[in-house]
Design a protein around this ligand. Sequence first.
Ligand code: NHW
Ligand code: EN5
Length: 388
Amino acid sequence: RHRFWETQPVGQFKDLGDPTLPEGPIEAPTPLEEVRQEPYNLPSQYEWSTCDINSEETCTEIYNLLTNNYVEDDENMFRFNYSKEFLFWALRPPGYFSSWHIGVRVKGTRKLVAFITGIPARIRVRNQIVQMAEINFLCVHKKLRTKRLAPVMIKEVTRRVHLENIWQAAYTAGVVLPTPVCTCQYWHRSLNPKKLIEVGFSRLGARMTMSRTIKLYKLPESTVTVGFRAMELRDIPAVTRLLRDYLAQFVVAPDFDEDDVGHWLLPKENVISSYLVENPETHEITDFCSFYTLPSSILGKQNYSTLKAAYSYYNVVTQTPLLQLMNDALIVAKQKDYDVFNALDVMHNESFLKELKFGPGDGQLHYYLYNYRVRQALKPSELGLVLL
Ligand code: NHW
Ligand code: EN5
């Protein structure tokens, strides 16, 4: 069934529900001297290329590869279109390794034809904080598919992660692999229903007209929560406290410190947006919400070329009802001209999705851990992790 994944230290389908298997690492780390020193062999036409994303030229090559070859929906109507600024942010968190930004090029022409990345992260699983790599942006050019290039790339990134003495990883995919730690549902909240219907992202409901649909999804012009404002540099300590206290309740969640919060949550135009609620009397920061910007190319439509989507990231409330805070997030996203607001059913998101008129999408997102077994798959509400 899974010629490659069956050879890897990941939970296997045959072991699902075996109560004798312990939770934790599947394989023990090997001494660093025993980690393979040479890169894995590629087919002879190709060569490895560590990508320097600080180079504008390399960043453009990566952007072009992903724009034309990265993830599509199951009907090939939309393709993720991560911006260069987004990639620059996603790939350079505190302590990042350039050696984990791995390209495959054609020898001779130097054309970039495949890519995979890792970034370091501390992830807590129950009461254990585990140093991990988050693997993302695995992409093989459309013309080079099904030639078993992906397994070589995964082995090579694994080797380079091992060289940093890191032995676990986390990743997400829309496809089922051995074996999900959690399976989540995508939900979508229309902000610009007319455009979404015109491009085939959503459909006019039964017994619904366009004008009734537009009215259904209408939002107030401005936010309602008193003290709602964009996050700033000075808010990092308070936001870190809020987020750490909140994430402590989930079975799997990142272990964010102030450096991480400064990187992952400080607003960056068209990349990451974060808002908080400051109590006007005490100046206490009581609530927080965030979303990242990930447009999709609209494939084969003349009147529109991109869909502007916001993706719910981390949200924490202590004083404001979550429903009200997320409604304010929808209002700011609408003000900034996003077409749709997407969210997974992770953390406490279930509590606002239906009431705020999100509808389930046709996509799921499966979460995986490499070399770490969890006793039982988690419910989405037990998951406190969002990957980009
Ligand atoms: S998920 C997005 C992945 N990218 C895309 O979907 C873009 C469009 N598709 C492609 O570019 C987010 C290709 O179809 C890809 C596969 C490259 C996906 N994850 O080369 P072959 C991430 O980036 C397995 C893992 O012939 P291909 C997360 C497949 O099951 N494995 O296929 C990435 C089969 O193995 P099997 C995947 O279509 C996490 C083998 O690849 C996969 O030309 C990576 C076939 O290879 C996927 N998304 O290329 C793992 N899709 O055993 C990280 C297919 O079934 C692990 N496959 O025979 C941790 C590493 C670090 C450890 C550190 C301790
Ligand atoms: C790694 N970080 O399928 C991520 N998206 O539902 C990689 N569907 O946008 C893995 N098919 O349902 C990513 N509209 C896996 C996801 C890949 C992309 C994907 C889905 C998620 C999606 C849309 C468009 C479907 C187009 C036809 C969808 C319905 C929206 C509707 C709005 C009104 C209320 C009901 C729902």
